[in-house]
Write a protein that binds this ligand. Structure first.
Ligand code: 5GP
Ligand code: MG
Ligand code: MG
Length: 189
């Protein structure tokens, strides 16, 4: 992996600019403001990928909301979710009778999101919906409803704006596709 390189050198091409992402947040925020009017939703950010998206999104929502975080991780390598999910760090808030909105960076197979939705439903939430920035719909392995999303993406590995590769590159302001040689280098380690 290029260590001291300029961070942009690992990107093959950009998919979404800062402005594209901002527009998605504005649009979603407007919709959520309408849909959650008069409610006090609990917005749950899925750590760590959703942190940038969540902070931008909630500031576009004119709703009295609470924020909490949950770190849920699926076993497996960086590219494929195994389906087995474990809670690394749980919520501090009781979700019973709450309108819950899960905020995720990306939905791929859907396994992580389905696990979270089922769990929060079991804990007695009044409603459980989700808002994800990117939707890899063609890759879905389980049936899970994605109520709100910013954009569809194809089956390519994206990084930036919270999305990582081996825990790096989350701090890119845009979202881009990794150069194949970066992935190859990491796989050969
Ligand atoms: P799922 O359980 O839907 O297969 O996977 C969800 C998680 O896999 C996401 O929250 C994200 O952490 C990771 N993931 C899936 N696709 C990508 C991708 O293209 N780029 C990055 N950085 N992570 C991804
Ligand atoms: Mg995630
Ligand atoms: Mg990840």
């Amino acid at each position: 992996m290029p260590k001291n390189d300029n961070i942009d050198n690992i990107i093959d091409h950009k998919l979404f600019t800062e402005d594209d992402i901002h527009q998605m947040c504005v649009k979603l925020g407007k919709q959520l403001t309408e849909d959650y009017a008069g409610k006090k939703p609990l917005v749950i950010g899925a750590l760590k990928g959703a942190i940038f998206f969540l902070t931008d999104l909630v500031r576009e929502m004119n709703v009295k909301e609470e924020i909490d975080f949950m770190d849920v991780s699926s076993y497996g390598d960086s590219f494929e979710s195994s389906g087995e999910v474990k809670i690394i760090s749980d919520l501090a808030t009781d979700v019973k009778d709450r309108d819950v909105l899960i905020v995720e960076d990306i939905v791929d197979t859907g396994l992580t999101l389905k696990y979270m939705k089922d769990l929060l439903q079991k804990r007695g939430a009044k409603s459980v919906k989700c808002c994800v920035l990117l939707n890899k719909e063609a890759n879905r392995k389980v049936d899970v409803e994605v109520e709100y999303y910013g954009s569809q993406v194809g089956n390519e590995f994206v990084v930036g704006y919270g999305l990582d590769f081996m825990n790096f590159y989350r701090n890119l302001r845009y979202i881009g596709v990794l150069k194949p040689e970066v992935i190859k280098l990491a796989n050969n380690k």
